[in-house]
Design a protein around this ligand. Structure first.
Ligand SMILES: [Zn+2]
Length: 377
């Protein structure tokens, strides 16, 4: 499972003089990943022999190539993209399974190439899943496609002896309530700490509906604001697969709402003539001039177009780049080129799967500054 610590280790790593190899390789249900990975590694193999590098650096890169190929042989990777980071000479190796396709690439640099990974991760939330009844609590983490238990807690309840000793009924009732309240308060405090420790973004609460609603009353305001939803489940019999299914559907609803919000934000900004654009042509121009702060892309839509590799010009057509006069390179998907450009320029990308006004425009963006006029072709 990809934890906050793993991501933190990768971001913070520095080869201290030794090169760091970063590889991104798409994993598809067929077995093409091995072929594509080995051709990626072929691009850097010569560096392992190159005398332009110090002996230690050459050795380290050879170790990286070997380590990355071994990883591909050892495990079955999930569909999406595998991001691998290796600095053999510093005993550093990390891999992250990304749930979305990213373009294949390999780089050798002083630090890991994290930008494509962060751009994908930014779209996914880390959800705390609390399954609660009046005496117990299980806390799970749902992130990327995994669910993992992080904590369990059991508080005292009334034992049979209390009844046997003839406690009068209303006193028993009060005692039960008091213990449950104490338990809920403890669970809420524990969640509060876990949110800070583990960097959770959202909360989902599961259990018997009456206990769920009793418990959520005890959530401090900050946690209440992160509550994405709740679900009905029997805490004693629910399996991890049940919890994952319920939690994922809470997550999905949340994400769809968020997609709608983002599209609405762009549509509104365009209507109010604030820096924002809708439509492929204008977004490509915005990408060319690095104006895009947040790009919304209709999931699964592609469009052929042209790219100038010299100036970064992106357009739907044209043999010659109007910015520098170079011949353009045709591409089967200029929207993918746009996504890469936005990520490279430090912007955010949101893929929109739900039905919104974006379906008509395909792409839309919030901009950093108003667009200059399009050059005359
Ligand atoms: Zn150009």
């Amino acid at each position: 499972m990809t934890t906050q610590e793993t991501i933190g280790r990768i971001i913070g790593f520095d080869g201290a003089g030794l090169p760091v190899v970063s590889a991104y390789v798409r994993v598809e249900p067929d077995n093409s990943v091995h072929t594509r990975l080995s051709s990626l590694l072929d691009q850097i193999r010569p560096l392992g022999k190159s005398h332009s590098l110090e002996h230690d650096a050459r050795l380290s890169i050879r170790g990286d190539v070997e380590r990355i190929s071994r990883a591909a042989g050892e495990e079955r990777w999930k569909p999406g993209t595998m991001a691998l980071f290796s600095c053999h000479g510093r005993d550093f190796f990390e891999e992250v399974s990304l749930p979305r396709a990213v373009r294949d690439r390999v780089t050798v640099d002083a630090t890991p190439a994290v930008r494509p990974m962060l751009a994908v991760l930014e779209e996914y939330r880390r959800m705390c899943v609390a399954v609660v009844d009046e005496a117990t609590a299980q806390v799970w983490e749902l992130y990327l496609r995994d669910i993992q238990q992080v904590k369990r807690l059991r508080d005292p309840t009334l034992r049979k002896s209390n009844f046997a000793h003839g406690m009068v009924e209303h006193r028993i009732h009060n005692k039960v309530e008091e213990l449950a309240k104490r338990h809920y308060r403890r669970v809420a405090a524990m969640l509060h700490d876990l949110f800070r420790e583990r960097g959770f973004d959202l909360l989902a609460v599961g259990g018997h509906p009456y206990e769920v609603s009793a418990f959520t009353e005890f959530l401090p305001r900050e946690l209440g604001e992160r509550l994405a939803g709740s679900f009905a489940v029997d805490p004693r019999t629910a399996t991890p697969a049940d919890l994952r299914r319920h939690a994922e559907s809470v997550m999905e609803r949340y994400e769809h709402d968020e997609e709608r919000r983002q599209v609405a934000e762009i549509v509104e900004a365009v209507a109010e003539r604030r820096p924002a654009v809708l439509g492929v042509e204008r977004c490509l121009w915005a990408g060319t001039v690095a104006a895009i702060q947040k790009l919304a892309v209709q999931e699964g839509v592609t469009a052929p177009g042209v790219v100038c590799d010299r100036s970064g010009w992106l357009a739907l057509s044209g043999d010659t780049c109007p910015l520098c006069g170079e011949p353009t390179r045709p591409t089967t998907d200029v929207i993918d080129e746009l996504v890469e450009t936005v990520i490279h320029e430090g912007g955010a990308v949101e893929h929109v799967g739900v039905d919104t006004e974006l379906r008509r425009h395909v792409v839309g963006a919030m901009l950093r500054f108003p667009l200059p006029p399009l050059p005359v072709v």
